[in-house]
Design a protein around this ligand. Sequence first.
Ligand code: URA
Length: 235
Amino acid sequence: MKLVKLIANLGYGSRKQVALMFREGRITDAAGEVLYADDAVGHADVRVDGEPLDPPQGLLLLLHKPVGYTCSTKDPGRVVYDLLPPRFRLRNPSLSTVGRLDRDTSGLLLMTDDGALLHRITSPKAMLPKIYEAALAEDLRGDEAAIFASGTLMLESEKTPLAPAGLEVLEPRRAQVTLVEGRYHQIRRMFAAVGNHVHSLHRHRLGGLGLDGLAPGEWRLLGDADRARLFDTTL
Ligand code: URA
């Protein structure tokens, strides 16, 4: 791929703007030699204003989503993209969230520009467990684990019952829930179906990945070892 296109696709500017950056000598190699738009140089050897390029196409990142941010690009309020470098919003192919967390849910959120990888993670076939902690308005009754595990729980306006889900009671009003699917507001609606209400919800695990000490609002790029852990459900 031509350097102009590669750099424009990373969100540094339109092709016209990137062409101007070349003319201004802002694009160099690792040794500081000015590059020209038709030079054949690998991604790792390019610098913009002396800084290495943003990660190439195929990135996967893990964000600790704080409460109050939506996963949409269009919401007029705070969106998860506000927590990333502004250029990431302009990338082509675009960066998408892998599934969604509600505005009021915090925790582990993956984002990628790799459509095939996104599909592989969210596909029902992958059966990747998603583990949440829910704080509840009412004491648990005691029958919720059996109802969630039944595979017959039907949520309002849904056509098929939910897949079996796990529930572990942590305290009378605190539970850990494990899902292998992701329907709209699923956990909030599951607790509503058993006469309870979710006060707060946090996802701390997806497949074999955890937040590993990332604070709310922090993110990190995932490498090959993380990707292997993601799909390792024996962890
Ligand atoms: N279930 C919900 O209700 N909300 C989420 O964000 C995730 C799962």
